[in-house]
Write a protein that binds this ligand. Structure first.
Ligand code: C2O
Ligand code: CU
Length: 518
């Protein structure tokens, strides 16, 4: 079934390399079992029906539409796209000899990748074949509140055997993702997450080739439940992330698209290409600091939203739930590791190889040793393109103090906002289209990647330092030990929205509140 392979995570742009890519994609998808009423997420229903009657179906579905636009030109109202997602158990091999029972969307890890165009009307027919209630949250998408997937807030959780139809317009464009929002600390850990890519209608500079890489952390039981040692070379706020956990499961395996090195799929490139990586951190606890040996990375998007200019860096920290789009220029033939600067992450499998065509048998370049003067991404380096609507006026200003954990509350599983745990926390209130200001101050020993549902926000200041131009994000890292972040929310999407730490253990431990937009 070519159509399935075409939905895979790699999207070659050049026809000359398609054969190779397709084979690889098919291999990645071995465990993929098609749901009964699957429909293609790259074609309009009309185009699909037209094609369905022809012998061209197998080759026309999916891939062809990537290199040539689909038959139907998108109208302002967008296409109607229907996707069937089934949450189900599947046996999954993270690496040779490391087989787990994963919780999946449509049988694969990551779950079934969705790729649509901005403005498309998306209908997702969700079936829960798990043994527990579940929901789907569309992270970074401006969905209507009833489609947001938070149990008991936006909907009743979908019971085992039951179905639910999610319906929303795909907005805004960018690298988004979707995941469970029920019993997150457990369900997200078991694999219920997947990429959701919304292509812009226009104005995408594009790349010659593109890969989407979803990064994740796993507990397979090969480590004793003690925190891994801090990596000496990489002290400092952002870098420590997952290395400072004072409680919780011992994450021992780290994956790129569901595979730990050496099982990761190599990324094939051709000399001279501009290659885009869409990076999604779906892990529960890890800040992954990514680097590509022999190349610099140009950061072009934060959480799917464009920067005014690309920012060139040697290493890119990504906190849980953040996404970055980066471009690298393939100007250095060979076989180069894409890896994490925190050695325990790389040793645990977070590594793949960039392989130039023609260099397939070249020796693998060694991991560079940490050099002083390494240029590491931080929020202050980027200048966002402000796409938020004009506010109607200024509302309240909120101060949220984040605390908890062993050091602050004496209980590793209690996490607070202004001393309270959800649902006792005080909500933030805004009238529709009002601008509200929020200062997040972190008194605890851990970083808290804070996420707002339903609308993105502006990041204005970090640690009291004003950014050269606000970043547009939906997830912001609040650094540990007195870190502060100032942000502005233009409350354009009516409803009650979760605003919470995206480390699910912290969210379940109370670090969550609501933004109520009337
Ligand atoms: Cu990505 Cu409330 O979640
Ligand atoms: Cu947290």
């Amino acid at each position: 079934m070519t159509g399935q392979a075409c939905d895979s995570l790699t999207l070659p742009r050049r026809s000359g390399t398609q054969g190779k890519q397709m084979k690889q994609s098919t291999m990645q998808k071995q465990h993929w079992r098609a749901p009964q009423h699957t429909s293609n997420n790259l074609l309009t229903r009309r185009a699909f029906l037209k094609l369905a009657g022809t012998a061209f179906l197998a080759t026309a579905a999916g891939c062809a539409s990537k290199t040539a636009p689909p038959a139907a030109t998108p109208s302002a109202r967008g296409r109607a796209v229907e996707i069937a997602l089934t949450a189900q158990e599947a046996s999954w091999e993270l690496a040779p000899g490391k087989r787990i029972t994963a919780w999946t969307y449509n049988g694969s890890v990551p779950g079934h990748p969705i790729r649509v165009r901005e403005g498309d009307h998306v209908r997702v027919l969700f079936t829960n074949r798990l043994s527990e209630p579940s929901t789907i949250h569309w992270h970074g998408v401006d969905v209507p509140a009833a489609m947001d997937g938070v149990p008991d807030l936006s909907q009743r959780a979908v019971q085992p055997g039951a179905t639910f139809t999610y319906e929303f317009d795909a907005r805004p464009a960018g690298t988004r993702w979707y995941h469970t929002h029920a019993d997150s600390a457990r369900q997200l850990d078991l694999g219920l997450s997947a990429p959701l890519i919304i292509e812009p209608q226009a104005g995408d500079p594009g790349a010659d080739r593109e890969y989407t890489l979803l990064l994740d952390d796993w507990v397979t039981g090969s480590l004793a439940p003690t925190p891994p040692p801090a990596d000496n070379g990489m002290m400092g706020g952002n870098m420590m992330g997952g290395m400072m956990d004072d409680a919780g499961p011992a994450y021992d395996t780290f994956t790129i698209n569901g595979k730990a090195f050496p099982a990761t799929a190599p990324l094939i490139v051709r000399q001279g290409e501009r290659v885009r990586l869409r990076l999604i951190n779906a892990s529960n606890m890890q800040t992954f600091v990514l680097s590509l040996a022999g190349h610099r990375l140009q950061v072009t998007h934060t959480d799917g939203n464009p920067l005014q200019q690309a920012v060139e860096v040697d290493a890119l920290p990504i906190v849980p739930a953040e996404r970055y789009d980066v471009i690298f220029v393939a100007d250095h033939p060979g076989r180069w590791p894409l890896y994490a600067l925190n050695r325990p992450h790389t040793q645990g499998g977070l590594k793949t190889l960039i392989v130039y065509e023609g260099s397939e048998s070249a020796p693998e370049a060694e991991l560079p040793s940490l050099a002083p003067g390494l240029r590491v991404w931080s929020y202050g380096l980027g200048q966002g393109v402000d796409r938020l609507p004009q506010p109607s006026g200024h509302g309240a200003t909120y101060q949220l103090t984040l605390s908890g954990g062993m050091m602050m509350s004496g209980d590793p599983n209690v996490w607070t906002i202004n001393g309270k745990v959800y649902p006792q926390t005080d909500p933030l209130v805004a009238e529709r289209n009002q601008l509200i200001s929020v200062r997040l101050s972190n008194m605890s020993m851990q970083t808290h990647p804070f996420h707002l549902h339903g609308q993105s926000f502006r990041v204005l200041r970090v640690g009291g330092q004003t950014l050269p131009a606000p970043l547009i994000k939906d997830t912001v890292d609040v650094p540990a030990m007195m870190g502060t972040v100032d942000l502005e929310i233009v409350a354009f999407n009516p409803g009650d929205w979760m605003f919470h730490c995206h480390k699910p253990m912290h969210m379940d431990g109370g670090m969550a509140t609501l933004v109520k937009v009337a």
